[in-house]
Ligand binder design. Structure first.
Ligand code: HEC
Length: 180
């Protein structure tokens, strides 16, 4: 019985193979017409803001430091609080909420090595990641990376400025026991 079923099935299966060449199926070709799609063709323009990997314009922007303005600092403050403070803490001491819950502790920005590190080091870390820290290139655009670096420098100053270097009015307020 089993042999008889097989004898019937095998020719059927082979015939089936013959009828269905996958290469001949209906499909859309590159640059082909497609009335159901916008512009009536299969190829669609990239979504606005799409950036190719290794985009030279973007790379160029990374190398161009924007002028230091209070708007840049403000932007850096905002971006830092969103993207960096969860791990690095609001003052950059490495005591953010995520390390408190088990992620490796980032180093404090207020140590000599990072105070002396050039701006390009911070830019590189944001762009490429560093050790346990992953890259923020996809989330922080090049001009914002500079804004964050400017803000980190401000944070570093905020924790390491001599009294004598402060403007007179701030100095007076501090000496009177108030906060700057
Ligand atoms: C998810 C947590 C996390 C976030 C968010 C994060 N970092 Fe980090 N970062 C780390 C950790 C952990 C390290 C230490 C990595 C290591 O040494 O392996 C680190 C290290 C660094 C360092 C020090 C590199 C060195 O030379 O020691 C810099 C600078 C830095 N991060 C900048 C940033 C900036 C700027 C942002 C925001 C755009 C950011 N990080 C966001 C976790 C984070």
């Amino acid at each position: 019985m089993r042999e008889r079923v097989l004898c019937l099935l095998v020719p059927l299966l082979l015939a089936g193979c013959d009828d269905y060449h996958m290469i001949d199926q209906q499909k859309m070709e590159d640059d082909g017409a497609a009335s159901a799609l916008p512009r009536g063709q299969t190829d669609q323009p990239p979504v606005a803001g799409t950036v190719a990997r290794g985009d030279s314009l973007r790379e160029q922007q990374s190398n161009q430091r924007p002028p230091m303005t209070s708007a840049l600092l403000e932007r850096g403050h905002e971006r830092f609080d969103i993207y960096c403070s969860p791990c690095h803490g609001h003052v950059g001491d490495g005591q953010g909420m995520i390390p408190q819950r088990g992620f490796p502790h980032p180093p404090s920005f207020h140590q000599d090595r990072l105070r002396q590190a050039p701006d390009s080091h911070f830019l590189d870390v944001i762009t490429s990641g560093y050790g346990a820290m992953y890259s923020y290139a996809a989330r922080v655009q090049p001009s914002d990376r500079w804004a964050i670096v400017a803000y980190i420098r401000a944070l570093q100053l905020s924790q390491n400025t001599r009294l004598a270097e402060l403007p007179a009015d701030l100095k007076q307020r501090l000496e009177a026991g108030g906060s700057p």
